[in-house]
Ligand binder design. Structure first.
Ligand SMILES: [Zn+2]
Length: 452
């Protein structure tokens, strides 16, 4: 609606005083916002009567109230806040002092004890940070200016041996004072190196002495995706040696192999893995096969170990997926192995194991049919059989999607009759014989059934 022209021409209504949320929106409620405001205040807010201002400030955040009242009030707020432990308000106090010294001096002169408490809070933060969150002290080193920097610097110089044990702090301090002699460890341990690597990654640089020490010890870094990324960015010639130290049993090895693949270092890792798998398979075919399969599943494509090339699977557990995968691989390479016969033999000995083996074979795309003894397996409850091949669908989820008989059934079926919406699921089809393009197979299957 074109109402703006009409309202613009109306005389403005009598000003109502701003509400506390209006003031917070105008001034902000951070130290930086309060500093910006107090150095360039809004004349309209400055003209508010003392009565109106006093009514407002009790509902404002202290820093906003201080900014509204002017530099001296804001300085009083920073001093009180730092004295109560929020030592980082000293940084803002210094900025305010630098911009408005004459208005701040009386406040500082009146509050020596509060300032001393603020300084003690700063020193305590340094002591705690030297044992804990080093990155916080490093941030303070970057932020502190003027007298506050002198206080912080003195606190650090009083703890120089501890500073040397925390590369994040040592680097920040040396970046600011390159000529300072910080006692760095001659042979830093893994923890020190890892902290230096993290500081390097988060700040993008390290002071030269800390950087040199990290570079000299980068081969001893714990091999993780984070340290590998650091090495790739800054010490590319060290990536290979670092990969040689990857613990192949570690929980992170899947991510590390993915990283290696993405950055063109797959061979460096797969060579080691191949050696390990070959050795394991030579000692124990079952364990070697499980290991080979686990790496395949992680996307590391390894050649089949020599010990697993023998054209037999008689010593392997046929219910395991890796056994079926090996069987399929050996057959593809020309071995004379008959998976259907293996399955039928197992079904006579143990129907439950045969149900599992059938599913493993189906998953490995082996051309098998459900052994006849399993069709009436009494351990399988009604309703848990595949409607196409009669397999026990509880063995492994998702059988219906990969059932080899399903596609064949779909091709052989006439189009399904129109379903009445809401009439419930269609009835299960009666068990049908495997449908095949080869009619002889159907005849033979019928003959087998008749002979039972
Ligand atoms: Zn099926």
């Amino acid at each position: 609606m074109p109402s703006s022209a009409a309202t613009a021409s109306q005389p403005s209504p009598k000003k109502t005083p701003p509400t506390p949320p209006d003031i917070v929106r105008r001034i902000g409620e951070t130290n930086d916002a309060a500093l910006r405001y107090v150095l360039a205040p809004d004349p309209q807010l400055s003209r508010l009567s003392r009565k109106v201002r006093e009514a407002l400030i009790s509902d404002l955040p202290p820093v906003t109230a201080g900014a509204l009242l002017g530099p001296a009030a804001l300085a009083r707020h920073f001093v009180a806040s730092a004295a109560s432990g929020r030592y980082r308000d000293l940084f803002a106090l210094w900025e305010l002092f630098r911009a408005r010294p004459e208005e701040c001096k009386p406040v500082l002169a009146e509050r020596p004890r509060a300032l001393e408490k603020g300084r003690q809070a700063l020193e305590k933060a340094v002591r705690l940070g030297l044992r804990g969150h080093a990155e916080r002290v490093a941030e303070d080193i970057n932020a502190a200016q003027g007298l506050i920097w002198q206080w912080l610097r003195e606190a650090l110089l009083g703890n120089l041996p501890a500073v040397g044990t925390r590369p994040a702090i040592a680097s920040a301090l040396l970046a600011r004072e390159p000529t300072l002699r910080v006692p760095l460890p001659p042979e830093p341990d893994e923890r020190w190196l890892a902290e230096a690597a993290t500081a390097h990654q988060s700040t993008g640089m390290l002071a030269p002495p800390v950087d040199a020490l990290l570079a000299s010890g980068v081969d001893r870094l714990p091999a993780t995706v984070a340290t590998l990324s650091l090495a790739l960015g800054h010490y590319p010639d060290r990536v290979g040696p670092l990969l040689d130290r990857v613990d192949l049993d570690s929980d992170e090895v899947g991510q590390i192999t993915a990283w290696a693949r993405d950055h063109g270092f797959a061979d460096r890792l797969s060579g080691r893995i191949e050696t390990l798998v070959d050795k394991t398979a030579a000692e124990d075919r079952v364990r070697g096969l499980a290991l080979w399969y686990a790496w395949q599943e992680r996307g590391v494509d390894l050649p089949l170990p020599e010990a697993l090339r023998a054209p037999t699977i008689d010593d392997l557990d046929l219910t395991r997926p890796e056994s079926a995968v090996l069987l399929a691989r050996l057959i593809a390479e020309g071995a004379e192995l008959d998976p259907q016969r293996k399955l039928d033999e197992l079904a006579i000995r143990n129907r439950q194991l045969a149900e599992k083996a059938y599913e493993a074979f189906v998953c490995a795309s082996l051309a098998v049919t459900l052994p006849t003894p399993l069709e009436g397996n009494p351990i399988v409850k009604e309703g848990t059989r595949c409607e196409y091949c009669r397999a026990w669908t509880w063995v492994r989820p998702g059988h219906e999607r990969r059932c080899p008989r399903r596609a064949e059934a779909a091709m052989a079926e006439p189009p399904a009759p129109m379903e009445v919406p809401g009439a419930g699921p269609p009835p299960l089809r009666p068990p049908s014989l495997p449908v095949s393009d080869d009619p002889v197979a159907a005849w033979e299957a019928e003959l087998q059934n008749a002979g039972e």
